[in-house]
Write a protein that binds this ligand. Structure first.
Ligand SMILES: Cc1cc2nc3c(=O)[nH]c(=O)nc-3n(C[C@H](O)[C@H](O)[C@H](O)COP(=O)(O)OP(=O)(O)OC[C@H]3O[C@@H](n4cnc5c(N)ncnc54)[C@H](O)[C@@H]3O)c2cc1C
Length: 517
């Protein structure tokens, strides 16, 4: 079973790397510890036999805009995309919605109706993004610094509006939301998207998340793979196998074998030794350094540098099979696929402050998905396959809510947190609970048990804070795909550009292999 390249882990980054190496004529073997491939890109009917729920990620706009995945032409390998009637929405208890539609004019009309002037401001932002967005995304998704693309992006930035955008991207999500817009609807569209990352809304660096996701939503929508997230993983594997690559599941790699500073293979849990010219690790940096590669095989400074590594927060995810649609007290003008449940930017900030203080949030910000709205085949006619997740501290020391969540994340804790999350839906959709046919709760430990990269439920392979981004990711001095061990590459979201289903970390690692770096 030896190979030219062994990829440890079959997440989207591992599978993209494997495809690119197979395209270059390499014999590639992917080893996956779980019984199924795909990492955090998976779906099943485990919640209820008549429903399809994604186990982890659901919406994959980053896969659509990423040059790495775009270039694989997965549509030729069975991938189809589905879109909800509206892209993103936030309901308000006083009535009305902030709605993002695929038609920018329609988004703007809605924003103007709530706060005159915000619609024009939205369209101005979109006009700048239309000029620079594609280059900006390409620049982010390639090894850093992206000298050629970065310069092209800057050349597309003439005029005062554009400079404001650049400032916004580098600043805080809150600052851009408050500077560009006067009303709560537009502000929540930006802030809700900024809150997908783990950077506080008031901190430098969160602006880029808000802008990137909100503008990607406007340009491309938030598509989901038709039939379930698993069909994206399936397309990646089908393509890989058509080029001679192999994926072997139920095979955990326990050790990367190193001799004279060079990786020469791996040892599996079953005790098998497999040789390869290159090993690509789709595992978090703390799993690789001092784990799969013992400290003795690494320069001593790697251990010192890794002390600076910071995880992103944990996660609790809830999936519901509903007998009917979410019974919104005040329904939106068109049903959004993605929902952000928080009333104001202040509410998002309070949630983030509690998280940062190690407290389980009292009023969790919910990122949610109506998957049958997006892809009707996910539920029986009229039903809904809904999910929501929220973040919790990596190590909770208190509960900012009613004190019922201990932070031990046993089944009781996870269920109580799920009740707290479900109560948020009841606020906007009275009668929600009566429609629940089945519910699955995945606490931080459950997520990690299904994908060991999700350490304590961390979804991004490490914080997205500025100090752990770009060449500083995973840690300063060991940035990017290259590692201190020749022939060993970091291919997971712990490397630049971080979390999300874009495959760029895997593509950067494959690029480094092929350039012999
Ligand atoms: C609940 C949740 C919701 C999310 N929602 C979205 C979303 O909607 N859109 C989006 O773009 N992103 C989303 N994300 C983030 C996204 O899924 C991840 O950033 C992405 O999957 C990271 O890809 P990866 O290849 O680096 O790692 P993973 O997808 O985590 O895959 C790593 C794989 O490596 C395997 N592995 C680990 N160690 C070993 C070993 N020693 N031996 C063999 N195999 C090993 C694991 O079992 C796993 O299969 C979400 C994540 C979570 C958890």
């Amino acid at each position: 079973m030896d190979a030219d390249a062994i990829v440890v882990g079959s997440g989207p980054n591992g599978l993209v790397a494997a495809n690119l190496l197979a395209d270059a004529g390499w014999d590639v073997l992917v080893l996956e510890s779980q019984p199924t491939y795909g990492g955090a890109v998976a779906s099943s009917s485990d919640v209820h036999p008549d429903y399809v729920h994604d186990t982890f990620s659901s919406f994959h706009p980053l896969a659509v805009v990423s040059p790495a995945i775009r270039g694989l032409r997965l549509e030729e390998h069975g991938l189809r995309w589905s879109h909800a009637p509206a892209v993103v929405g936030t309901p308000f208890r006083s009535g009305g919605w902030a709605e993002l539609h695929r038609d920018a004019e329609r988004t703007a009309d809605g924003l103007d109706a709530s706060t005159p002037g915000d619609g024009d401001a939205w369209l101005r932002l979109c006009a700048v993004w239309d000029r620079v967005g594609r280059d900006a995304v390409d620049a982010l998704m390639t090894p850093f610094p992206p000298v050629r693309l970065g310069a092209r992006t800057l050349r597309g930035l003439p005029g005062p509006g554009a400079l404001a955008l650049l400032r916004a991207a580098l600043g805080s999500g809150l600052a851009v939301a408050e500077r560009e817009f006067r009303g709560p609807h537009a502000r929540m569209l930006l802030a809700g998207n900024a809150a997908h990352g783990d950077v506080a809304l008031g901190s430098a660096g969160s602006g880029i998340y808000g802008l990137l996701l909100a503008m990607t939503a406007q340009q491309h929508g938030f598509p989901a793979p038709t039939g379930g997230a698993g069909s994206l993983a399936r397309a990646l594997v089908t393509r890989l196998e058509s080029r001679g690559g192999r994926v072997v599941c139920d095979t955990r790699v326990e050790r990367v074998l190193v001799r004279d500073g060079r990786a020469w293979g791996v040892r599996t849990r079953g005790g098998e030794t497999l040789r390869a010219r290159a090993v690509l690790a789709d595992v978090p940096a703390p799993t690789l350094y001092g784990g799969l590669v013992p400290w003795a095989d690494l320069p001593s400074r790697t251990r010192v540098l890794m002390n600076r590594f910071r995880w992103d927060p944990g996660t609790v995810k809830v999936d519901w099979a509903l007998s009917g649609p979410v019974p919104w007290a005040d329904p939106p003008s068109a049903a959004p696929g993605t929902l952000h449940l928080a009333e104001t930017t202040e509410e998002v900030e309070t949630y983030q402050r509690e998280l940062a203080a190690g407290a389980v949030p009292s009023r969790p910000f919910l990122l949610a998905g109506q998957m049958a709205t997006t892809d009707p085949g996910r539920a029986p006619a009229g039903g809904e396959a809904l999910w929501a997740y929220t973040h919790v501290p990596q190590h909770a020391t208190s509960d900012a809510g009613d004190g019922s969540v201990t932070g031990r994340w046993d089944a009781g804790d996870a269920e109580r947190m799920a009740d707290r999350m479900q109560a948020r839906f009841e606020e906007y959709a009275p009668g929600f609970t009566a429609r629940v046919v089945a519910r699955r709760v995945l606490g931080p430990r459950d997520l990690q048990a299904r994908d060991e990269n999700l350490v304590n439920g961390a979804v991004n392979g490490g914080t997205g804070a500025l100090g752990q981004q770009l060449v500083l990711r995973p840690v300063p001095g060991t940035g990017g795909a290259r590692t201190p061990v020749r022939g060993l590459y970091l291919a997971s979201s712990s490397a630049h550009p971080g979390g999300g289903v874009h495959g760029a970390c895997g593509a950067n690692a494959a690029d480094a292999v092929l350039r012999g770096r």
